[in-house]
Design a binder for this molecule. Structure first.
Ligand code: GDP
Length: 372
């Protein structure tokens, strides 16, 4: 189960946003079995119109949407990597998540103290990204020390050869970080990735930037800091998605406790909630896709890493299925929409039987056959 964490300096709007995400109707209806895990952690439903359509189509007894775990991580501070504030414990919380929402304050409000004295989003971005990188450097240095101690023994064994390779890769990773780069921006070979993954580096995790605006700026999609923030991210974190949000506006919508009223309010203002996009963008950044299982009893959306094969997908349903997988009966959601119902897809010869080398496509509807 993959987790995302909300990261940023104090007083930038993280908790407000977290509360809105978890309380909105996008979040957890009361009947969803895993509503709240603890006050800082929640599972949020992934909005997906394919799922909605399938539920409408099958009218199943039970509907189980995909979800994303969101974790509210307390504020980072300058110097966290050297233990300032509760620094190191925050950083270990970040290590435990698979992806990061970085909240950046772009709203002015003299009442809300900024820990750095004034509002300056690019400075804040620099602080957070440096803290994460410094922590990675420290971590990789330790790993490299350990490896050097092991390789010092020398020798020609296969194991020693592997250790030396690992040492060389680790040295390369360290240099890359010291040059001011984030690991996720590197062009790594599969062999290097094998060394990188077990290090759980902070700068290896996908990042989605959430730019927190005042309600007014969010509605007009204009803010005096925005151009510089876009420029900063383009230069220092190229390719990572940036979403303007307004924590305060989202909070106001959720406090209405009434979807119709919230929708009417959005219409009047000529805007909409930014939350669904936040969740779907994070799924994309994490390279996640979905397959569905359908029927009159249950329609369910399952989460997979894109590109995995049918047995691994079956293993998401039930761990045993990965080993006992026999075959999958497959058609895509797109075919269902094209032909209207399963019988017509069958008549058109578009239902396929696939073996264990089949790479599951996003939107596949699967029926897994597994042995005992
Ligand atoms: P965190 O420390 O990053 O979790 O920040 P909080 O979510 O606790 O927010 C800190 C304060 O800023 C709270 O009083 C919020 O109501 C306020 N706040 C959050 N977002 C906005 C915003 O967009 N505009 C204004 N004016 N205040 C906000």
């Amino acid at each position: 189960n993959l987790k995302s964490g909300i990261v940023g300096l104090a007083n930038v709007g993280k908790s407000t946003l977290f509360q809105s995400i978890t309380k909105s109707s996008l979040g957890n209806p009361a009947n969803f079995p895993y509503a709240t895990i603890d006050p800082e952690e929640a599972r949020v439903i992934v909005p997906d119109e394919r799922f909605d359509w399938l539920c409408e189509h099958y009218k199943p007894k039970s509907q189980v949407p995909a979800n994303l775990t969101v974790y509210d991580i307390a504020g980072l501070t300058r110097g966290a990597s050297t233990g300032a504030g509760l620094g190191n414990s925050f950083l270990s919380h970040i290590r435990a998540v698979d992806a990061i929402f970085q909240v950046v304050r772009c709203f002015d409000d003299a009442e809300i103290i900024h820990v750095e004295g004034d509002v300056d989003p690019c400075r804040d971005l620099t602080i957070i990204n440096e803290e994460l990188r410094i922590k990675d450097i420290e971590f990789v240095e330790k790993a490299l020390d350990l490896l050097s101690k092991q390789t010092r023994r020398g020798g020609q064994s296969l194991e020693m050869k592997k250790l030396k390779e690992e040492e060389a890769t680790t040295a390369k990773i360290l240099e890359f970080l010291k040059d001011g780069n984030d690991i996720r921006k590197g062009d790594w070979s599969p062999k290097e990735v094998e060394v990188i993954n077990p290090l759980f580096l902070l700068t290896a995790k996908p990042v989605v930037y959430l730019v927190n605006l005042s309600e007014r700026d969010y509605i007009r999609q204009k803010n005096k800091y925005l151009p510089k923030v876009f420029e900063w991210i383009k230069t220092n974190s190229p390719g990572d998605p940036i979403l303007p949000v307004s924590a305060q506006f989202e909070e106001r919508l959720t406090l209405m406790h009434d979807d119709a009223a919230a929708e009417a309010e959005c219409k009047t203002l000529g805007t909409k909630s930014g939350l669904p996009k936040i969740i779907t963008t994070m799924r994309q950044s994490m390279n996640l896709g979905s397959f569905f299982t359908t029927g009159e009893d249950e329609v369910r959306q399952w989460t997979i890493r894109k590109g995995i094969k049918a047995p691994a997908a079956a293993g998401v349903i039930h761990t045993d299925f990965e080993k006992t997988f026999i075959q999958a009966i497959v058609y895509n959601y797109a075919s269902l929409r094209e032909y209207g119902d399963e019988n017509s897809i069958k008549a058109a010869g578009k239902i396929m039987t696939k073996g264990k080398d089949y790479v599951v496509e996003d939107g596949d509807i699967l029926l897994i056959k597994a042995g005992a």
